[in-house]
Design a protein around this ligand. Structure first.
Ligand code: DAH
Length: 340
């Protein structure tokens, strides 16, 4: 029995020192010290010993148990320590290392100017409404006094979904939609995308943005229109901004005008940017045509209105001194990152 106990101690020692993980250690504990373990097995045989031998063997068995328990604890501690050391090693942090720079985005210059423009108009009592980009010919042209054969359609060739459905060429379609739903007083702006089948160059793009404006009420005059638009230009470009109105023609306004601002490059002298004009066109505007009003059930004898359509790219170019419209759409971070 003595030999058997000695052998258990030796064997347990060898197996434990070879054990590489906690699971093996636990299996060894069960194998030697468990209820059906080897040491327990031997203790059960104690009954067959003589009265002198029993205490001696009992003591030896206790020593073996203690020795195995100590080895188990030591092994467990050692495994834990080495696991921790490994973890610390593999997860080592160099706190002196420079951090990763995460590029932070910035607002698109068109959005910057759109937000400014909206704030200015909100301050003057306008509300923003939206309209669809895929639009019925009726809203885009017909209801704006531009029947199918009207020559004014020539400059607004567009993309046709069907004969009757187009990508809108102007946000003026929202004027019609608004007057159809809402009775005066009306005081709205409507920003959004518009499309034309134009060749891309420094001042043209098949997709661009407009901000439409419409005011209909009793006693609205051309003076109100000029006041609002001049105030808008001064708020956006600074108090010294100069504007001028030129007579023009739009089928849905009468009289019609275009508003220019003094060229930011040459200050009115005339240069390449303004094509020698000294002024740059910003928007079209006019008094809503009586026929447009009456077709929509608004009595032109009682109500009058004005409307305008601002080219968002134009004002953004003027605002930031950008010479080429294509820059807005090319997604070059070196350009976009300049507008915070
Ligand atoms: N829709 C015109 C364009 O795209 C701009 C415009 C002119 C809008 C006169 C208006 C207006 O509301 O009254 O060129």
């Amino acid at each position: 029995m003595k030999n058997a106990l000695e052998q258990i101690r030796r064997e347990a020692g060898e197996l434990l020192s070879a054990a590489a993980d906690a699971k093996t250690v636990e299996e060894l504990r069960i194998r030697y010290l468990g209820k059906k373990g080897e040491l327990t097995g031997i203790l059960k045989q104690m009954g067959s010993l003589s009265a002198e031998e029993r205490p001696v063997m009992g003591q030896l068995a206790n020593q073996v148990r203690e020795a195995i328990e100590t080895m188990l604890t030591e092994k467990t501690d050692a495994l834990r320590a080495s696991a921790l050391a490994e973890k610390l090693q593999s997860e080592r942090l160099d706190v002196t290392m420079p951090g990763k720079v995460r590029p932070v985005g910035s607002r698109h210059p068109l959005n910057v100017v759109l937000e400014e423009a909206k704030e200015i108009f909100y301050g003057m009592g306008f509300t923003a409404v939206e309209g669809p980009e895929v639009e019925y010919d009726h809203y885009c042209f017909e209801a704006l006094n531009m029947p199918k054969t009207h020559p004014a359609r020539d400059t607004q060739d567009t993309f046709y979904i069907t004969d009757d459905i187009v990508l809108r060429t102007q946000t003026s379609s929202v004027q019609v939609r608004t007057m159809e739903k809402q009775k005066p007083p009306i005081r709205i702006i409507s920003p959004g995308r518009v499309y034309r089948s134009d060749q891309v160059d420094a001042t043209h793009s098949p997709l661009f943005h407009q901000i439409e404006g419409l005011v209909v009420d009793k006693g609205v005059t051309m003076g109100d229109l000029k006041g609002i638009l001049e105030t808008f230009a001064k708020r956006l470009f600074g108090e010294d901004a100069k504007v001028r109105f030129r007579p023009h023609h739009f089928p849905y306004t009468e009289p019609s005008a275009e508003m220019d601002t003094m060229c930011y490059e040459c200050h009115g002298e005339g240069c390449r940017l303004c094509k020698g004009e000294g002024y740059i066109e910003l928007l079209g505007c006019g008094m809503v045509h009586p026929k447009v009003l009456s077709d929509l059930g608004i009595d032109p004898e009682v109500y009058s209105g004005y409307a305008f359509g601002i080219g968002l790219e134009r004002i953004a170019m003027r605002r930031f001194g950008i010479g080429d419209m294509r820059l807005f759409y090319e997604n070059d971070m070196r350009f976009l990152g300049q507008f915070l």
